[in-house]
Design a protein around this ligand. Structure first.
Ligand SMILES: [Fe+2]
Ligand SMILES: [Fe+2]
Length: 192
């Protein structure tokens, strides 16, 4: 196995932390989706499934760069704490906000300092996609909190996920191409 070059040690450490975070988010959101269906919030369940798919894409992207840099892909899956759907949505939003405001900006700054284009690309894609998740979770929280059974959170629906960067949208034709990575919109995965 190729050794990790000294100047990439910190970048690989950050990639591994991000890989572990995204892997855990995938598992957590899948469990939250099942609970949302059980609670009758089927649109929230669709959102959890779409976000879970996006986090899976992020984990795979990070893993590819870890290997490129000579690292070994590994991480620990923690037990998921499942509460009611409103609490789960709030936990998911808190996780996204940590990634958007703290984790990814820090990792991106380090990779930028090292001029590591592969790491910059994977961190940037994830950061921008997490912003879409934070927005959608925020909307879902307001609707569930208000008990809006007639709103989208209650009914199973489509979400559109970029297969390259995980950008997530509730709109089938928001753009021609992914605004983050330029992937053609027609290649987006439909998750419901
Ligand atoms: Fe996310
Ligand atoms: Fe994208």
């Amino acid at each position: 196995m190729p050794a990790i070059a000294a100047e990439n040690t910190k970048t690989v450490e950050n990639l591994l932390a991000a890989y572990e975070g995204e892997s855990n988010a995938t598992a957590k959101y899948s469990a939250f989706a099942a609970r949302a269906d059980a609670d009758g919030w089927h649109g929230a369940a669709s959102l959890f499934r779409a976000a879970a798919r996006a986090e899976q894409i992020h984990a795979a992207n990070h893993a590819r760069v870890i290997v490129q840099l000579g690292g070994e892909v590994k991480g620990t899956l923690h037990e998921v704490e499942i509460k009611g759907t409103l609490e789960n949505l709030k936990a998911a939003l808190a996780g996204e906000q940590y990634e958007v405001n703290t984790m990814y900006p820090g990792f991106l700054a380090e990779a930028t300092e090292r001029k590591n284009t592969a790491a910059i690309r994977t961190f940037h894609g994830a950061l921008e996609a997490e912003k879409t998740h934070a927005r959608l979770y925020g909307e879902a929280i307001a609707l569930v909190e208000a008990g809006k059974k007639e709103a989208w959170v209650a009914t199973q629906r489509d979400f559109f996920v970029c297969p390259i960067c995980g950008y997530t949208s509730e709109t089938p034709d928001e753009h021609d191409r992914c605004p983050v990575c330029n992937c053609p919109w027609k290649r987006f995965e439909i998750i419901r």
